[in-house]
Write a protein that binds this ligand. Structure first.
Ligand SMILES: [Cu+2]
Length: 201
């Protein structure tokens, strides 16, 4: 009986965790309308130059001709970021060599803690093709506006902080125009279909 209650409690915890993360995604979607619209076709996206986790730089002009999937998060994230990075790694694995025709980018919205070294360690467990990107406050404000991303710092009881943030992966085509999103919680099949379509243009 006790075992049954424990199993039930665990199941309820999982359901609550999933519902909570969906709610965060939903709230994030609702809250992201405020910044001025981007001038890029599709209304999402814009110019950027950011530091990579391997010590280089990457700009939107470097990506001309290469479709990319970009996601905004932070390494201390308890669930959405590791899940998304794991799912994108799985998708890249399934795409195999076709996955080389696309770039998957992870922009940290927590540059205070996510240094290049920290990001390198963190990304080490995911597909090596995923590029971690770090910007300063000005870079991040431009991305927040152009990509209509939402994030905010939330102090934690007992010290420290976490970040609430938009959970969608933004898909940008080879011209740098907005091509859609992958929502948090979409099926692996839907994710793969969207990535294949992005690669095939
Ligand atoms: Cu996250």
């Amino acid at each position: 009986m006790i075992r049954r209650i424990l199993v039930l409690a665990a199941a309820v915890a999982v359901v609550l965790a999933v519902a909570g993360s969906l709610l965060i995604g939903f709230v994030a979607q609702q809250a992201d309308g405020a910044p001025a619209a981007s001038t890029v076709k599709g209304g999402v996206g814009g110019p950027f130059t950011l530091a990579t986790h391997t010590g280089g730089t990457l700009s939107d002009t470097d990506l001309k001709g290469t479709p990319f999937a970009v996601f905004f998060g932070f390494t201390h994230c308890p669930e959405i970021c590791p899940t998304t990075l794991w799912e994108m790694s799985t998708a890249l694995g399934e795409l195999g060599a076709d996955g080389d025709r696309l770039k998957v980018l992870f922009v940290t919205v927590d540059p205070e803690r996510d240094t290049a070294a920290f990001l390198s360690d963190y990304l080490g467990v995911f597909d090596p093709r995923i590029v971690g990107l770090i910007g300063d406050d000005e870079d991040l404000e431009a991305l927040r506006r152009d990509y209509r991303v939402f994030w905010e710092k939330v102090p934690l009881e007992g010290g420290g902080y976490t970040m609430n943030h938009s959970a969608a992966v933004y898909l940008m085509d080879a011209q740098g125009d907005f091509a859609g999103t992958i929502a948090y919680g979409e099926t692996a099949e839907a994710r793969l279909t969207k990535l294949r379509a992005l690669i095939d243009g």
